[in-house]
Design a protein around this ligand. Sequence first.
Ligand code: HEC
Length: 253
Amino acid sequence: MFKKILTHILFINALIVLAVVLFLQYAVVPAIPQSVFSFYVIALILGLILFVTSTSKNLEEFWQPIEVLLTNDKLIVLRWLVLLTIPAVLAFYIGLSMLPSNQAPLELRVVHPAPPGEIIFNGKTISMRDVVNPFRAYETSDPEKFTEHVELGRKVYYENCHFCHGDFLDGKGTFANALDPKPANFQDVGTIAQLQETYVFWRIAKGGPGLPAESMPWQSAMPAWEGILSEEDIWDVTLFLYKATNHPPRTWE
Ligand code: HEC
């Protein structure tokens, strides 16, 4: 009887699935992403289905215990046990997977995703290709006016941004330690120095919620400032970020 169970096609198939799932989940280092895991398991199950259905003898042997379980009235207790255990185990795992976790996901976060072609800011369409910072031209044409706008931007920054991005624009604000991903360090050449002003405008206007899916696995705490700051405020603070860090903004040239 025992040997019959151990060599039964249903038992062997279940064992293979279990072994492969456990192996992929716990023995493969470094761990593989969930999507690759699902792909392997689905491929395995498809293979096993092909095998089981390849001959009618296999198929009959596979279904026979299931049929007995479902129809034999002597097994009514076992039947209910199995029928209740399957959804209970599934519910348990789904519950587990929905628990909040503070672990960084395996997928890498795209820090600078491609921006949308245009954005709608307070009902106005702003093209990411054609629009430039309207106050940038003052840098050469009217330095006094330029400084005025930089100072306005400084005000915007120290009223709204330094809590996270830091007094010295180095990403070390009071809240920074509690955040993952960390607030951008504007002094570092890896942030605004690589970006165009329109890109920076988009990031300030739409914040973390405006990021496309590839930047999503890590929830960004960067607020969306649309509705709080005006268009001018955002262009001003952008001028200030570049001026205070001495980085020139990136341009199409
Ligand atoms: C609650 C904290 C917080 C506040 C307040 C905040 N930011 Fe951020 N900011 C972040 C975090 C975290 C990131 C990094 C994640 C991301 O890119 O969304 C970020 C990213 C950015 C970026 C993108 C930099 C890059 O390299 O892509 C810009 C630009 C920016 N912030 C500007 C501002 C400005 C301007 C203000 C004030 C008006 C501001 N932030 C206020 C948390 C904050």
